[in-house]
Design a protein around this ligand. Structure first.
Ligand code: GDP
Ligand code: MN
Length: 381
């Protein structure tokens, strides 16, 4: 789960990181009032959960409240990389002397968190990483010791930060690390961290990505999830207790078990197809869950065939088959359905589905091939 810039920065400020004292507006008039209250030039910033807003025209400087209102009108009617802008952050504008990059993420290979810093912060950090990787400083953090003062000081020195800024920089880096840890984040990033002309350090932009697997212990964070900004199908799936990730292929996959779902996607690829989604319907596979899952899969216009790959363990295959039929009766479609059922009572299960004109298969390879063929035929119709 991603947090918006304003959510990220408000959270940063709880960890002692200075941020501009801006506010969020959902209408141009609110933006006008906030700009008036701030009483200075402001920046109006689109709040969308994608990067590169600045370059897309989603960050605009306004000298007057009227101008802030105009920019808010324009920005609130934008889509950035396909996502609608529903809120803007109105921040007092800063006069920037220097833009630094500071981020923390997980380095899986090193099994540690890593602090990433660069003197060349701003909108082109990816470019810096690609063309001048030596300008990116990486520092691993011992999970038991946490980020130490001396490490933050070394980072400040390595990015050639003038000495008078070391103290605030160290405070910001340690604060960011604590925020990252306490939030169970997979990313906490400030880009840019600026030195202003007035000699202050401040987080002008912020980004936090939370580890969904740890959200259960952060009710306050789970509550601020912005479902407007998610793929609608992923929201519906989460609410139904399904693990679903939309992909770009044409074969919808309905599978019980995450490992089996991965194997199913691999097999689909092996036979020349491409999965439309990852979906783990979990244990049980009751008909109501299957129906929700089927609706989600079929709502994707790219889907040309649906592959059911079900392992019947405690749940018997005949039960699952009836679940699938109930679901199918609720979600009428002409998209071909291919089912592979194995495990307890598999023959009964297959017979039920074959009666219902579903294509059945005994092995995953056979099922994947049949699904790929069925998808090709269906798309030429
Ligand atoms: P992003 O494009 O989504 O990363 O949005 P940012 O909030 O990082 O803004 C992009 C760029 O706009 C920054 O790197 C700054 O150069 C500039 N910018 C943002 N806020 C201000 C501000 O208050 N004053 C000035 N002068 N520039 C700003
Ligand atoms: Mn930025």
């Amino acid at each position: 789960m991603k947090l918006h810039e304003y959510q990220s920065k408000f959270r940063f400020s709880e960890y002692g990181i200075p941020i501009p004292r801006g506010k969020v507006a959902t209408t141009p008039n609110e933006a006008f009032l906030i700009a008036k209250e701030l009483g200075s030039p402001v920046v109006v910033k689109a709040q969308v959960l994608v990067g590169g807003r600045g370059k897309a025209g989603g960050v605009k400087l306004a000298r007057t409240p009227e101008e802030a209102e105009q920019h808010a009108t324009a920005i609130l009617s934008m889509r950035i990389k396909g996502l609608p802008v529903k809120k803007v952050l109105v921040d007092p504008a800063s006069e920037i002397e220097n833009e630094i990059y500071l981020g923390i993420t997980t380095d899986r290979a090193a099994r540690r968190s890593v602090v990433i810093a660069s003197a060349a912060g701003g909108v082109d950090i990816e470019e810096v990483a690609a063309s001048t990787p030596e300008r990116i400083i990486r520092t691993h953090v011992d999970p038991f010791l946490g980020l130490r003062d001396y490490q933050a000081r070394n980072i400040a020195s390595d990015i050639s930060l003038p000495r008078q800024y070391w103290k605030p920089f160290i405070q910001i880096a340690l604060g960011l690390y604590r925020c990252y840890q306490n939030s169970d984040a997979s990313l906490a990033e400030i880009n840019p961290l600026v030195v202003t002309k007035g000699g202050e350090m401040m987080a002008l932009d912020g980004k936090i990505v939370l580890d969904d697997n740890a959200l259960f212990r952060h009710n306050d964070l789970a509550e601020i999830r912005d479902t407007d900004e998610e793929v609608a199908a992923e929201t519906q799936a989460r609410q139904a207790g399904l693990s679903y990730v939309k992909l770009d292929g044409e074969i919808g996959c309905m599978v019980n078990g995450a490992g089996l779902a991965m194997a199913t996607m691999d097999m689909t690829k092996l036979f020349g197809g491409s999965p439309a989604n990852f979906l783990d319907i979990g244990g049980g596979a009751k008909s109501d869950k299957v129906a929700v899952a089927l609706r989600i899969i079929l709502a994707d216009r790219n889907v040309k065939a649906v592959l059911f790959n079900i392992f019947g363990g405690i749940t018997r295959c005949d039960e699952v088959a009836r679940g699938i039929l109930t679901a199918l009766s609720e979600v009428p479609t002409t998209v071909p359905m291919i089912a592979r059922l194995v495990g307890t009572n598999e023959e009964e299960g297959r017979a039920i589905l074959a009666d219902a004109k579903m294509i059945t298969a005994a092995s995953l390879a056979e099922a994947a091939q049949k699904a790929v063929n069925a998808a090709r035929q269906h798309s030429t119709k």
